[in-house]
Ligand binder design. Structure first.
Ligand code: NAD
Length: 245
């Protein structure tokens, strides 16, 4: 069985919408879940919804910050589905705070999940894709990776790092038929942004040209485009309602 997409952070929010968006395109879906509790909390439902669209879908548990855990994840998914054609790195965390008081733990945690996590999965998926002579990788960055953001030095650094990683992988693997792009969402309504203080939400809303937050489905549409289009690589597609024009 082929035409398989592995999406990390797919048990909730944007990752769940991407899983469903790719399932609608006929991809079999490996729903990457952080832990067995994220399988319970959302991953199982996402896999079930994908199966209702007529494709195969299963949850796979892995902490993306764990290098050997990602090797095992890729091996498991490839064995189950016969290969991996699409990798979407969507797992991410925030640990916000002012730079003058940011702990080393907060900095390391965010970099380890958001940036090293993407390296870990790409590192293990690319030998497979190279053997297949094709594949599509999409990394979920953020507009703050382009603009920076007060109180998010760790997060913005991780998301900016993803852009460098994306462009390097695109250059390195283009000759093998593998594309690598990034999507940079702005303010999207999910559990991650729900947790923000009301005042911060209002301040962000006032900067959005289209005057509203985006939906996870609007980000998923951009990912589907980058997966299907075979002549776009090394790009950052900003999906932010005009926030960072
Ligand atoms: P979310 O919290 O619903 O999704 C994050 C996912 O990452 C969760 O499913 C979580 O279980 C998973 N995850 C966290 N740590 C992990 C780990 N160590 N290993 C594996 N999985 C792990 O929030 P979301 O808004 O859907 O975020 C999805 C992605 O989009 C993130 O990378 C986030 O940085 C990015 N993003 C979100 C927004 C927004 O406005 N919501 C904007 C720009 C970028």
């Amino acid at each position: 069985m082929h035409n398989t997409a592995l999406i990390t952070g797919a048990s909730s929010g944007i990752g769940a919408a991407i899983a469903l968006g790719l399932a609608k395109q006929g991809y079999h879906i490996a729903v990457g879940c952080h832990s067995s509790s994220s399988v319970e909390r959302g991953g199982r439902g996402v896999a079930e919804s994908c199966r209702k669209l007529g494709v195969s879908a299963e949850c796979f548990v892995a902490d993306v910050s764990d290098f050997s855990g990602c090797a095992f994840l890729v091996k498991e998914v490839a064995e189950r589905f016969g290969g991996i054609d699409v990798l979407v790195n969507c797992a991410g965390v925030t640990r916000d705070g002012p730079i003058a008081r940011m702990s080393e733990e907060y900095f390391d945690e965010v970099l380890n999940v958001n940036l090293k996590g993407a390296f870990n999965t790409i590192r293990h998926v690319t030998p497979l894709m190279m053997k297949q002579r094709g594949g599509a990788i999409v990394n979920i960055s953020s507009v703050v990776g382009l603009t920076g953001n007060r109180g998010q030095a760790n997060y913005a650094a991780s998301k900016a790092g993803l852009i460098g990683l994306t462009k390097s992988v695109a250059r390195e693997l283009g000759s093998r038929g593998i594309t690598c792009n990034a999507v940079a969402p702005g303010y999207i309504e999910t559990a991650m942004t729900d947790a923000m203080p009301e005042k911060a939400k209002e301040a962000i809303l006032s900067t959005i040209v289209l005057g509203r937050p985006g939906t996870p489905e609007e980000v998923a549409d951009a990912v589907v485009f980058l997966v299907k289009n075979r002549y776009v690589t090394g790009q950052v597609l900003v999906v932010d309602g005009g926030m960072a024009i």
